[in-house]
Design a protein around this ligand. Sequence first.
Ligand code: GLU
Length: 397
Amino acid sequence: MEYLSDRIKSLSVSQTLAMAQKSRDMKEKGIDVINLSIGEPDFNTPDDIKEAAKKAIDDNYTHYPPVPGYPDLRKAISEKFLRENKLDYSPDQIVVSAGGKHSIINVVLSLVNPGDEVIIIAPYWVSYYDQIILAEGKPVVIETGIENDFKLKPEQLEEAITSRSRLIIFNSPSNPTGMVYSRSEMEELARVIEKHEGLFVISDEIYEHITFSGKHESMASFDFLYDRVITVNGVSKGYAMTGWRIGYIGAPLWIARAVNKLQGQFTSGVSSISQRAALAAVTLQGDSSRKMRDAFLKRRDLICGLLKDIQGFEIRVPQGAFYVFPDVRSYFGKSDGVTTIGNSNDLVMYLLEKGRVALVGGEGFGAPNCIRLSYAASDAELIEACGRMKEALAKLK
Ligand code: GLU
């Protein structure tokens, strides 16, 4: 007999991680599957960062680190915020956690009471929804579609806000759509939020270094909203450091203190070695981050060209991150004679089984007409994956 809590029973499995696991399992069985499911740079961590981690071991960074992170790391993050984002966060306003995902749940658990409403914008990143459930909050989903470039309009936001709204989670560049909001689009949304006292914004900026449409913009850079924004970032995406698990927030002091208290009872300070590696990353003067961004841009152009050649995939050209999010509803109801495609998950399973390409269905992102491809893979893999998909899809009538 299993006695699981209602809390755990109410949670869904992360679709991004589930598909990544499926593809690993298939590879282990010797099946040649191309994994475009999980979003992570295929580059290795730059050498100077790895050297810093090796040195940290030799220098005996092997003891408990301070709960919110080493002082020199928080100082370096504070300087990074000022240098790159023109955001003034003192080191006390910064808390380092085990990845952006951990940073977000820390904030959600610190601000949301049972029944409080948290606004998310579909298509949203899979874990936002379930993190709200975990905090016993009420997810309020605002739908956006491909016809509006998957972008939220100020009037939609105004309509969704109630007296119980506590938080909105904003993400630009967006996972999964790759869309990037312009400064003026963000300002219009910020003006709506400003009017509602007690409404806070988590601004998830984890893809800031992977933007193709000019300068990255931060929600907290609007002075009138600064006190109500929690800026989330990390080293995973910009420095190819997904496995090191380092995310951080810059936040109003009272929120940083609350997160610090929560983390003190939950995880303590995160891996000492990873923190020393992160210090090297955020102070890095090298150009590895820019080189990776340039490579992603080339791959974006490659994959968009290849996808245009696949009938029935409607796409918007992403302006950031490393995902394409085609609308695939034209395949719903079609069959190869054995399998009938009822929804995007069916299509993803079909492409995995028949095409040996691992993707993620749109359901988990709140967008059941779409599927997500991560193009953080080599040119050869992208070309081969699109060829396989095209062949498998041609059999659906
Ligand atoms: N952010 C990545 C993705 O969406 C990492 C996987 C995850 O933690 O969900 O694929």
